[in-house]
Ligand binder design. Structure first.
Ligand code: MG
Length: 361
């Protein structure tokens, strides 16, 4: 049965502090202590960032993507752990399998979140029961906590899952969408980053309710097409279908150097370490890829990337290594110091669908 978008029931499931929660599960002695998963803080001298931290760490003002040195200064007594991605990937796969079985259409939106279209299975009233059942299943089987949002589309469902964390359940029925969104700041809308938020603020739009008072014409004049998108979103309108791609969008690793470096050998070696880790994860996931990307950040934060899309997919380490090194070369040739180097792959497919070309190892 195909439903009009207005009739959909979309669920967004978001794991709470996922990496830190998996670490707590693996080592119960961590319970109640601030746990920070990310780069090595090196006593406050470390570079790189916080990947995830738990709620005990958030009480110290820590959050994802914060420089690890700042995190350490605010919370030197925290437990700082390097990420163990294979562990998180395994936990994620089990959670995703559980969720997938409850959906008409399933969209994994990252290692720790997913959208479920459950329109044909439940009414808005019974959707709450389904959500609680899934939360209980994730907790019972995986020992992990998830927050769930229900809404008539992806936009509202995602904002709802963030409404009460951790372990929250927020259902927003179509007739209550405006009431739910109105008090929230405009930054919750898609595409509204710090700069756009500042600009909207300068126009007098701090909350969604205020933005909803703006005319379509005015928003179009100020923002072009993006203004029309804002007009829709301020009303909770979002007709995007779920994208049932079966795999992660990309797998990547990056390393921030202790000190910025122009040492070609060091940079190349570090990039190859990233390639090896990405390759390990591809093997454990049974994936081949077509797109390779190398990212380089120079001193002063100027960031560039180079991307290659192969004619055929590859799962071979040697193939990935040579691709990565040849993309790195132009960055090294500039003789400038690098702060960070990284490698990622995307456009996945299962190997059995493909010709055996590129299996270099
Ligand atoms: Mg999450």
């Amino acid at each position: 049965m195909s439903l009009h978008p207005a009739d959909r029931i979309v669920m967004h499931v978001d794991m709470d502090c996922f990496f830190a929660a998996v670490e707590e599960r693996e080592d119960p002695s961590l319970k109640g202590r601030p746990v920070i998963v990310g780069s090595d803080p090196k006593g406050g001298q470390g570079r790189g960032i916080v990947a995830t931290c738990n709620y005990a760490a958030r009480k110290f003002g820590l959050r994802s993507a914060m420089p690890i040195s700042i995190a350490y200064r605010r919370c030197p007594s925290g437990v700082y752990l390097r990420p163990r991605f294979s562990l998180y990937t395994q936990a994620s796969r089990k959670v995703m399998d559980l969720l997938r079985s409850a959906a008409d259409v399933f969209e994994p939106a990252g290692i720790d979140e997913a959208y479920l279209d459950v329109s044909s299975r439940v009414t808005f009233e019974s959707a709450r029961d389904l959500a609680r059942e899934l939360q209980a299943g994730i907790l019972g089987k995986e020992g992990l906590s998830a927050s769930v949002g229900l809404g008539p589309n992806k936009l509202v469902a995602k904002i709802a899952s963030d409404h009460r964390k951790p372990g929250g359940l927020t259902a927003v029925i179509p007739s209550r969408v405006a009431e739910f969104l109105d008090p929230k700041g405009v930054a919750i809308l898609r595409g509204v980053g710090p700069k756009t938020r500042e600009f909207l603020l300068s126009l007098g739009y701090e909350t969604v309710a205020q933005l909803r008072a703006a005319s379509r014409e005015f928003l179009f004049r100020e923002f072009g097409k993006f203004g029309l998108h804002l007009w829709d979103e301020a009303r909770g309108i979002d007709d995007r279908p779920l994208d049932p791609s079966w795999d992660a969008k990309s797998i990547g690793r990056e390393v921030t150097f202790e000190t910025d470096t122009a040492d070609a050998a060091l940079v190349g070696e570090t990039l190859l370490e990233c390639v090896a880790e990405v390759h390990r994860e591809m093997v454990s996931e049974g994936l081949w890829c077509r797109t390779l990307t190398v990212k380089a950040r120079f001193s002063g934060y100027e960031t560039h990337s180079k991307q290659t899309t192969l004619r055929l997919s590859t799962g071979g380490l040697a193939h990935l290594e040579s691709g990565a090194l040849s993309m790195l070369e132009p960055f090294l040739g500039q003789g400038r110091s690098l702060r960070l180097v990284g490698f990622s792959v995307a456009k996945f497919s299962p190997p059995e669908d493909l010709l055996p070309l590129g299996a270099g190892d």
